[in-house]
Design a protein. Structure first.
Length: 72
């Protein structure tokens, strides 16, 4: 995601931030194969990269740490 590439996840937490098209149940290899075919040619890269920048960038981490330090 940080590199702007499509990802597919079976992690339950991924449902909270990944587009529905990129989530599989994880218990069915055929489902995964179909999902790979389904998203082939689709580009979620910009959307995924923006999520990483917004939620996991170093700048945001420093701001969160600073906020918590100041709240003491």
């Amino acid at each position: 995601m940080a590199c702007g590439l499509n990802v597919i996840s079976s992690n339950d937490a991924a449902v909270n931030f990944l587009p529905k098209d990129l989530v599989v149940s994880g218990s069915d290899p055929k489902e995964l194969a179909e999902k790979i075919k389904e998203i082939s040619g689709k580009d979620f890269g910009v959307e995924l990269r923006d999520y990483v920048i917004k939620n996991h960038s170093l700048v945001n981490l420093v701001e969160k740490i600073s906020f918590h330090i100041k709240s003491f």
